[in-house]
Design a protein around this ligand. Structure first.
Ligand SMILES: *Cc1c(COP(=O)(O)O)cnc(C)c1O
Length: 428
């Protein structure tokens, strides 16, 4: 049975590693080796020429990483994937593969705080300008920011942490009209809840650190190539003309639909590193085997928690895409039919001090700088993850001073709600 034709729950369990013959390990092995033996110099030379997709050196690829990449490619419905040491390096590589100094990209401004600083500070220092725009801007307003040097449009399926659901139709039509790729960070939704390639995306990235691992054990990232963008449109010579650092290799000619993924591997992973460790790939794969079950439970628990909070007198607002009161409700109904993840954002009445007091009073949920694992957690973004932004930037990104980002785990929801109740009772 071709795994590509099975349902996503089956793919979570079985895609990727498959034992080939008798007495092979049933579970994906960890190939903890930096090096690979070749029979003769010509065989190794062919591998260096990228003629044979065999491992040479683990910075560029490793069998365990390949199995995880294959699993995620199948889950997202792409053509190839490259794992990286973190979500941040996946994002950086996606931009660097397509953009150079003097050029620019468009990004929604409601994105993860770490990505925002990467874009506004590090990329800026490298001479790449990021033109931030509000998710509520019209298609024409966004389109007017695009010029001949604009190389991609960047957005998150569910913005972290304001939880705005992306209007895929609007963004993909803008990217198509400008003939530049739409790059989507699908970390919060995971391919179980949303498959961006079916909605017009061309590249999908993940911080696998979150729901994919799901148990808070491994930092990691992945870039998935949708194989659905024409890189030979004249805007991307780095993919469609000879690469002198690979003695004249033309990625689009040599690798067809997977040209972008190979450019990331043979260019950026080779030169910069940021390779995922095989052990982290093993743990991430183990996590993915239960992604479908965990996401169902995260979503079910989160909707109950959101409804409870909405009825509570000490809560000023609750933001969860599948609450009817959410500004994203219509988009969530359209794009997140299976659920809207475990992340809930809410404002505690009485401002920043009460938001922090609520978190300090929690007994079951813990205060950690993390979201999207099996345990329930909370965080105060304004004083932590989004601390580096100015107050104006915070508010533009939906980070109000009394905002709590609450990551609902897969414990019994009655216990989670009892914990919220007691923590709110203690604040004035
Ligand atoms: C955490 C996160 C990242 C960064 O990933 P790391 O694995 O921590 O480097 C990027 N995007 C989103 C939406 C995230 O939640």
């Amino acid at each position: 049975m071709d795994i590509k034709n099975t349902n996503i729950s089956t793919q979570c369990v079985q895609a990727g590693y498959l034992p080939k013959g008798s007495a092979e390990p049933r579970v994906m092995p960890i190939v903890q080796s930096t090096t690979y033996k070749y029979e003769n110099c010509d065989a190794l030379a062919a591998a260096f020429d990228l003629q044979a997709p065999t491992p040479i050196y683990t910075r560029l690829g490793n069998p365990t990483l390949s199995f995880l990449e294959e699993k995620i490619t199948t889950l997202e419905g792409g053509v190839a994937a490259v794992t990286t040491a973190s979500g941040q390096s996946a994002i950086l590589f996606s931009v660097l593969a397509l953009t150079k100094s003097g050029e620019n990209i468009i990004s929604l401004n409601n994105i993860y705080g770490g990505t925002h600083t990467l874009f506004a500070s590090t990329l800026k220092n490298m001479g790449i300008e990021v033109r931030f725009v509000s998710a509520s801007a019209t298609a024409d307003e966004i389109y007017s920011l695009i010029d001949d040097n604009t190389k991609l449009v960047y957005a998150e399926t569910i913005g972290n942490p304001a939880l705005e659901v992306l209007d895929f139709e609007k963004l993909s039509s803008i990217a198509k009209k400008a003939d530049i790729p739409l790059v989507i960070d699908n970390t919060f939704a995971t391919p179980y809840l949303c498959r961006p390639f079916e909605l017009g995306a061309n590249i999908v990235i993940h911080s696998t650190t979150k729901y994919m691992d799901g148990h808070a054990t491994s930092v990691g990232g992945v870039i998935v190539d949708g194989g659905n963008f024409n890189w030979e449109n004249g805007k991307f010579p780095q993919l469609s003309t000879p690469d002198e650092s690979y003695h004249g290799l033309i990625y689009t000619k040599a690798f067809g639909k997977a040209a972008f993924a190979l450019k990331i591997r043979a260019g950026l992973l080779r030169d910069i590193g940021s390779t995922m460790s095989p052990f982290n790939a093993f743990l991430t794969t183990l996590g993915l085997e239960t992604l479908h079950l965990r996401m169902e439970k995260h979503c079910e628990n989160a909707l109950k928690v959101a409804k409870y909070l909405e009825g509570h007198e000490k809560i000023e607002f609750v933001n969860y895409p599948l609450l009817e009161s959410s500004p994203s409700y219509e988009l969530a109904k359209k794009y997140l039919t299976k659920g809207a993840s475990g992340v809930v954002a809410f404002g505690v009445k009485g401002g920043s001090d009460n938001a922090k007091a609520f978190i300090d009073n929690m007994k079951l949920a813990t205060l950690v700088t993390h979201v999207a694992d099996v345990r329930t957690h909370a965080l105060h973004p304004a004083s932590t993850t989004h601390r580096q932004l100015s107050e104006a930037e915070q508010i533009a990104g939906g980070i109000l001073p009394n905002l709590v980002r609450y990551s609902v785990g897969i414990e019994d929801v009655d216990d989670i709600i009892a914990d919220i109740k007691q923590a709110l009772e203690k604040i004035k």
